[in-house]
Design a protein around this ligand. Structure first.
Ligand SMILES: Cc1cc2nc3c(=O)[nH]c(=O)nc-3n(C[C@H](O)[C@H](O)[C@H](O)COP(=O)(O)OP(=O)(O)OC[C@H]3O[C@@H](n4cnc5c(N)ncnc54)[C@H](O)[C@@H]3O)c2cc1C
Length: 360
């Protein structure tokens, strides 16, 4: 969309024909909603079920209920992604959705589709997800660094749940979610894959405890690059955005907003590099523009040691259950109203103090 607004000729490639399913909680934070609106224009209200009621839980036990939490825009990715794609196509992007990329030589600007179509472009933006083929073509297989997180999820049709629920102890190094949607709920648990080899049986027991029969729903799993930020998301005229660049918050699991913002920054860098007649300078421009996002995600990675530390977590939960202040701070972070940078050393010390005192 941004590239089209800058007057560039754009080929939009996706192996899926839209609307398509994408395994995701569909929790769009206020910040992500703002990024989407800035890029794609005002979005229809019926794409979202707005939730302002939040429950923090420790397994089956409610730790805190907050009735006036910041807005979370709960969506179904099938509808959300199809709406964004439709806007990009209406803005003039050439439509190669439903065409799988079979191979690519991104630094030579060459993309070959499975049905024999060959495309060439002076700048390639790889926004092809956690298992990005464009990233693999640039950097090789690596140590599957982009796949450190794993999550399981189900959709349960019916009335929306009364609140958004985060179960802080559903799995080590991660959490569980029960998100209300217009026509049901999305429930999942996810964390660092290496820390939980028993995720599936754990998830089945977790669902049962919430009154959902795991035999009656379809459990699906997917990797997410939480904490797997790529140090160099691209090279020359090849830029990686979203999950392909490892842009998932390792504390909250949020990736939608960063995917939209990084896509925008990539397109802006491409437009500037092309206008200067130097497509190969696109990565340097993009890398510079990405620094604030990178700094945020690196701060989040540091904080995981506090939030998910097995010895500190019980204190954090006790503090969370007792302290309105901590609940508000946590919600502001989750909702994107506050950045990790806003925590600063003084506030961080204040939070650490509350945690150590158990919120007393
Ligand atoms: C279970 C789960 C729950 C999550 N919940 C949330 C949440 O509630 N809120 C949140 O903000 N984030 C959440 N995330 C993270 C979020 O889903 C991702 O960060 C986000 O979708 C990244 O967007 P993307 O465009 O980079 O990648 P994707 O959404 O994965 O899109 C990549 C696209 O590339 C296409 N593609 C891949 N390979 C090829 C190929 N060879 N040829 C052509 N096309 C190809 C795919 O079809 C796909 O459409 C969750 C992730 C998981 C796994």
């Amino acid at each position: 969309m941004t590239a089209r607004k800058a007057g560039l000729r754009v080929a939009m490639i996706d192996k899926a024909a839209f609307p398509r399913n994408k395994l995701c909680g569909g929790g769009v934070t206020g910040r992500a909603h703002g990024y989407a609106t800035a890029v794609f224009g005002a979005l229809p209200d019926d794409l979202f079920h707005v939730s302002r009621s939040m429950r923090f839980a420790d397994g089956a036990r409610a730790l805190a209920d907050v009735a006036d939490a910041p807005s979370f825009y709960m969506t179904m990715r099938t509808a959300f992604d199809a709406a964004l794609r439709a806007r990009a196509i209406a803005a003039g992007a050439e439509d190669f959705c439903g065409h799988r990329m079979a191979s690519c030589a991104p630094e030579a600007g060459r993309i070959s589709l499975a049905d024999g179509v060959n495309l060439s472009a002076p700048v390639v933006i790889g926004a092809d997800g956690v298992h990005s083929a464009v990233a693999r073509a640039l950097f090789g297989q690596g140590k599957r660094r982009a796949a450190t997180g794993f999550a399981l999820e189900v959709e349960v049709p019916g009335p929306p749940g009364a609140h958004t629920e985060l179960d802080m102890t559903a799995t080590p190094g991660g959490y569980g979610w029960d998100f209300p949607k217009a026509h049901g709920r999305t429930l999942g648990i996810g964390g660092i894959a290496a820390q939980d080899a028993d995720l599936r049986p754990r998830f089945e027991a977790w669902l049962r405890a919430r009154g959902v029969d795991p035999e009656a729903v379809r459990i699906k799993g997917h990797h997410l690059p939480s904490g797997a930020l790529r140090p160099r998301p691209g090279r020359g005229a090849v830029l990686l955005a979203g999950d392909a660049a490892g842009l998932v918050d390792p504390i909250t699991g949020e990736g939608i907003g960063w995917a939209i913002l990084s896509g925008r920054l990539a397109a802006e860098a491409a437009a500037r590099a092309l206008a200067a007649g130097d497509p190969g300078s696109a990565f340097a421009l993009y890398h510079q523009a990405m620094q604030p996002i990178r700094a945020e995600l690196l701060r989040a990675r540091l904080l995981t040691h506090l939030v998910y530390h097995p010895r500190l977590q019980p204190r954090l939960l006790r503090a969370l259950s007792r302290s309105d202040h901590l609940q508000r701070r946590y919600l502001s972070l989750l909702a994107g109203e506050m950045d990790y940078a806003d925590l600063g050393p003084r506030r961080l010390l204040g939070v650490a103090w509350r945690v150590l005192r158990g919120g007393a």
